[in-house]
Design a protein around this ligand. Structure first.
Ligand code: ADP
Ligand code: MG
Length: 208
């Protein structure tokens, strides 16, 4: 399978994960936000699938760019523009490559994190997407010599730990920051969707 097809497979698996876990993400967001994160992510990935359907896609970067445009244009709230920026930066990092290595994936994830931090100004410990994606990038770089599937597996495992680490945090960014100490004891929805997206990518690429 070519890298463009593989990237499409990753996005389809991500969309399926956002459908499957819509209720869970919304429940997490109703505890420390406004209860729309699952709906937002589901809507965004459905829009991405629609945009990909029939689009001319020659490279993995073309796929990621189409996803970015769908997320930015169809998802309100904080997470849509943040994830949209992440996919756009990942697309730019892959440029016109027709094949993608584990190192390329690690670089694309690092670029995605850079975009989210530039736009959202969150640091590790603020109880956001950044708490899952930062350890994921570190793990991906550590596994960069491996296959694309190995890199995503390492990133997903680290993202899960990162998402779990948000339970004990107070939030310094996003809606949950209005809650102060009341956010402690609740897992961050955005860090959790990052974990689920990376797990979906790893699953879609199989056991290579
Ligand atoms: P909204 O908060 O506008 O309702 P969502 O519910 O879709 O948007 O997304 C909420 C998630 O967005 C939070 O759980 C958090 O992980 C993430 N988030 C919010 N602000 C930021 C930020 N500045 N940087 C990174 N992630 C953020
Ligand atoms: Mg919300």
């Amino acid at each position: 399978m070519g890298a463009t097809e593989a990237t499409l497979g990753v996005i389809r698996e991500m969309a399926a994960a956002m459908e499957e876990h819509r209720g869970y993400l919304t429940k997490l967001d109703s505890e420390i936000g406004d209860g729309d994160h699952g709906t937002n992510m589901h809507r965004g990935f459905q829009a991405a699938l629609e945009r990909l359907d029939g689009a001319e896609l020659n490279t993995p970067a073309d796929v990621l760019k189409a996803v970015s445009m769908a997320l930015i244009s169809k998802v309100g709230g904080a997470a849509g523009p943040l994830y949209g920026t992440a996919f756009l930066r990942a697309s730019t990092a892959l440029a016109d490559k027709e094949e993608v290595s584990g190192e390329d994936v690690a670089a694309a994830l690092e670029a995605a994190l850079g975009g989210i931090q530039q736009r959202g100004k969150a640091e590790v410990g603020d109880k956001t997407i950044v708490d899952a994606l930062t350890p994921a990038v570190e793990a991906a770089k550590g596994a960069g010599g491996g296959s694309v599937a190995e890199v995503f597996r390492a990133a997903a495992a680290a993202a899960e730990e990162g998402a779990v680490s948000t339970v004990e945090m107070t939030a310094r960014r996003g809606r949950a920051s209005y809650l102060g100490a009341r956010a402690v004891g609740h897992r961050d929805p955005g860090a959790t969707s990052t974990q689920l997206l990376l797990e979906a990518a790893a699953r879609s690429l199989g056991s290579e």
